[in-house]
Write a protein that binds this ligand. Structure first.
Ligand code: SF4
Length: 83
């Protein structure tokens, strides 16, 4: 019973307090090098352009997506906190 309450409180904390981030790929800038897909599985190729599987991510997924942003040679990826 107490374990169930603890799990419920953790879930509420996740929903209420964890930050969310928006992930986007500018298709005009993307050159289709696929570097982002090698560092984060949230990025997939669609034809010759990359796209995020999830456009809104949790704090837990931030590091991986930020690495995708950092490896993009043309700065096509943006990971910004959702307000
Ligand atoms: S790293 Fe940048 S340019 Fe390369 S596929 Fe990903 S979004 Fe496109």
């Amino acid at each position: 019973m107490q374990l169930g309450i603890a799990v419920l409180l953790l879930r509420i904390k996740e929903v209420v307090f964890l930050k969310k981030f928006k992930v986007s790929v500018d298709k005009e800038l993307c050159i289709g090098c696929a570097a982002c897909t090698t560092v984060c599985d949230n990025f997939v190729m669609e034809g010759d352009k990359a796209k995020p599987k999830k456009a809104v991510i949790s704090e837990k997924e931030f590091a991986c997506n930020k690495e995708g942003e950092n490896v993009c040679p043309v700065s096509a990826i943006k990971v910004v906190e959702e307000k």
